[in-house]
Design a protein around this ligand. Sequence first.
Ligand code: ZN
Length: 137
Amino acid sequence: MWICPRCGRQFKQETREHSCEVYTIEDHLKSVPEELRRLYLDFESALKHCGPVSVTALKSMIVFRRESNFAAVALRRDRLRASMLLPGSTPASLRFVSSKPYGRKLHVEFDLRDKDELDDELRAWMQQAYDLAAPAA
Ligand SMILES: [Zn+2]
């Protein structure tokens, strides 16, 4: 574990490849409509249901991490743009705005506008992404 002396963030190994500017979740939430704020909090709590998660606010997105990053959310004016690293074998879905191979995983993006979209399918994806980000055995 390496802790950046400038911003205090923790990394697996020493890296200069990050911005030392520090943001908070509130920075992301303060300028969006209340419904979107609630949707984000529901999304976050659904992810945390998978197990211990660390949440980091970057400039343009909020990143969810276990041993490695497995999901991220950007708050847009009218929706959440979420991304996740799923198993490479994940079937294509019309819900994906984009999907592309990322090593042996699949990097997918999708939009969330309504709480109803936090359904069983999405929760299953969250769990798969979480499981994939487990520490190496
Ligand atoms: Zn730093």
